[in-house]
Design a protein around this ligand. Structure first.
Ligand SMILES: [Zn+2]
Length: 185
């Protein structure tokens, strides 16, 4: 017996797409309670190498490419200061500059009245990078068995009777809506 489309399940992906990112952080793609892996485990599955990092199941090759992408240079490209610590790391990831440069930019923008505009730009950059992460996560989930493991270790199948093409179309539409929303801000 095929289950009907569960709106609540589609709603969860919608929440993720609309920026409730904690929900995707708290779920782990595609493994069952019985073979639950712990932080730092490395194993082979479906021809790929996986690990658990920060509580999330991740494809190692994907993580490496992400790491390369966000790898901080030794010095900030704007001020040449040596980059260090999690705050510089965060601002590098979002804004490609160090925290000091970011703070200075904020101060300046408050003075010359462009603060709101700069904040809006930053928000867009953060959202764009989240959309990229979410898209990767979604593709991976779609390639897998389309179940999610909740924080409590319960396996939920929330494809809701939709096939892959339908899920993809639904997700694509949500992404487009969100991108449209960002471009109109
Ligand atoms: Zn700097």
């Amino acid at each position: 017996m095929k289950k009907g489309i569960s709106e609540s399940k589609v709603q969860r992906m919608r929440n993720i797409v609309k920026g409730d990112y904690t929900k995707s952080v708290n779920t782990q793609v595609g493994y069952k309670k019985s073979d639950k892996k712990v932080e730092g485990d490395v194993w082979e599955e479906a021809g790929k190498t996986w690990t658990i990092k920060n509580g999330i199941k991740q494809n190692i090759s994907k993580m490496q490419s992400v790491r390369d992408l966000i790898k901080m240079p030794l010095t900030c490209p704007e001020c040449d200061k040596v980059m260090r610590g999690q705050f510089d790391r965060y601002h590098w990831k979002v804004d490609k500059k160090c925290l000091d440069c970011f703070t200075l930019e904020q101060k300046k923008s408050r003075a010359d009245g462009t603060y709101e505009k700069i904040q809006k730009e930053l928000f867009k950059k953060i959202k764009t990078s989240q959309i990229k992460d979410i898209t990767d996560e979604f593709e991976e989930w779609l390639d897998g068995n389309q179940t999610f493991v909740t924080e409590l270790g319960e396996v939920e199948d929330w494809s809701g009777g939709l096939n892959k093409a339908e899920l993809k179309a639904k997700f694509k539409k949500e992404l487009l809506d969100w991108k449209k929303h960002l471009s109109e801000m």
